[in-house]
Write a protein that binds this ligand. Structure first.
Ligand code: TRP
Length: 440
């Protein structure tokens, strides 16, 4: 009996860690600070938190439930649940989103690997603010180097999927994720002692209503989807592997809390340092890559801290790329009707991803375009379709379809969940979308 309990417990934790590993990644540490910096700091933060509260729970739950009920990945799930092919296009949308995200995500992961290798050989010691900014430009515009460094994480991710060592990675990330959190706490502690750090805290936490524009709201919604890994079907796969007894609501809340904590902590590290060192908060995608090395210079054991941090960042990025690539691999092998086995699918998907990465390295405008298009168009569209699918297309508002996949959902909460899914979530996505286009 007690043994049974521990095994169920550990696999539940395993699932939470895997889903958290997918959620916590460059979205929290690289993208959140730069998007918040470009969109007014505190104004962005408050809208972001509202988006997480509004969309996070219903949408994560929906993806988990679709997976748990159908036992399938994003490819077969919709057809299995609905009994006809009419909703299959959602799988195609998920797949397109996965490829475009991978196109730029691996490039940023490549920056992390490049910075890790440079941290090892002390490249950053003694560089001032301007030199660090110049250094990023130099590194990121070195095409051959960037192509090689983007291919490294593609190969590593493909190897994990090829040898099916996901479980091992999960176990590893049970140790490494808390280590990353501890490391970030220490960095926050150091940064907050810097002269002028309070200006950064004000920038990040002071909420100025006038700074909220339709763009800020759109960017916050996109960042919320991206950071929580929703709207692309990635979590459907996790739902399919969920132990029957796992409580979907509790798991979703745990993932949301963890992901949001990491993003907040990244803000508390980056913004005080930005102001203390005289960087520009609206620096763009390079923000953390110029600010972080400057922070390590101020820390004791600076070599050790920077190497450890960039190593942990690379691993956090890899646990996210694994979940992204998994969606595409499962899709390709299932869509081929079994003609392509897993190994062949891994090869095809990595080949396509390498091409996309090279394009993104050669053409930075494409990089920006993939980043924007996925967060602001494709993921909201994916989330909208999934909420309409469960809320409206499944029999009896999804009750027959998915909600009974989880016995743990209380009756009153089920009502709220379905109400959110049928009305609030779709309406909010559509309103934010039209508003950002200037149509309302
Ligand atoms: N959420 C991850 C991050 O914050 C990125 C990511 C991984 C993702 N898997 C995903 C985003 C699936 C959308 C869908 O870095």
């Amino acid at each position: 009996m007690s043994e049974h309990k521990t095994t169920t417990f550990s696999s539940k934790i395993g699932l939470i860690m895997a889903a958290a590993g997918s959620a916590v990644g460059l979205g929290n540490i690289w993208k959140f600070p730069y998007i918040a910096g470009e969109n007014g700091g505190g104004a962005f933060l408050i809208v972001y938190l509202i988006c997480v509260a509004l969309f996070g729970l219903p949408l994560i739950m929906t993806e988990f439930l679709i997976g748990k009920r159908s036992g399938k990945s994003a490819y077969g799930a919709f057809q299995t649940l609905n009994g006809n092919k009419r909703w299959n296009w959602i799988s195609w949308l998920c797949m397109l989103t996965a490829f475009l995200i991978m196109g730029f995500y691996f490039v940023v992961t490549g920056w992390c690997f490049s910075y890790l290798s440079e941290a090892v050989v002390h490249v950053f010691s003694g560089l001032d603010t301007e030199a660090l900014s110049a250094h990023f430009v130099e590194v990121s515009s070195n095409m051959p180097r960037m192509v090689v460094f983007s291919i490294i994480p593609v190969v590593l991710t493909a190897a994990v999927l090829w040898f099916d060592v996901n479980k091992g990675i999960e176990r590893l990330s049970k140790i490494l994720m808390p280590l990353l959190l501890m490391m970030m706490l220490m960095m926050a502690g150091r940064v907050l002692m810097l002269d002028g750090s309070n200006i950064g805290m004000q920038f990040f936490f002071r909420f100025d209503f006038l700074k909220i524009t339709p763009t800020v709201v759109m960017e916050a919604m996109g960042q919320c989807f991206f950071s929580l890994s929703i709207g692309m079907g990635a979590l459907i796969t996790y739902g399919a592997y969920m132990p029957k007894t796992q409580n979907v609501t509790a798991t979703s809340i745990q993932v949301i809390v963890l992901d949001t904590m990491v993003a907040l902590m990244a803000g508390v590290i980056v913004f005080p340092a930005v102001f203390a060192f005289g960087f520009n908060p609206a620096e763009g995608p390079q923000l953390v890559f110029v600010v972080l090395p400057a922070i390590f210079e101020q820390m004791s054991f600076s070599w050790f801290s920077s190497v450890l941090f960039f190593a942990l960042l690379c691993i956090a990025a890899l646990t996210s790329t694994i979940s992204l690539m998994e969606v595409a691999v499962a899709f390709v092998s299932e869509a081929s009707g079994g003609k392509l086995n897993r190994h062949k699918s891994v090869l095809i998907v990595s080949g396509v991803v390498v091409v996309l990465c090279v394009l993104c390295v050669l053409q930075p405008r494409l990089f920006d375009y993939f980043d924007e298009a996925t967060a602001c168009v494709l993921m909201p569209l994916g989330a909208l379709s999934m909420s309409l699918f469960v809320g409206w297309a499944l029999p009896k508002n999804g009750e027959k379809g998915v909600i009974h996949a989880d016995k743990g959902i209380k009756r009153w909460f089920r009502k709220i969940y379905i109400f959110m899914l049928r009305w609030i979530v779709p309406a909010a996505i559509i309103v934010i979308f039209l508003n950002s286009l200037g149509l309302i």
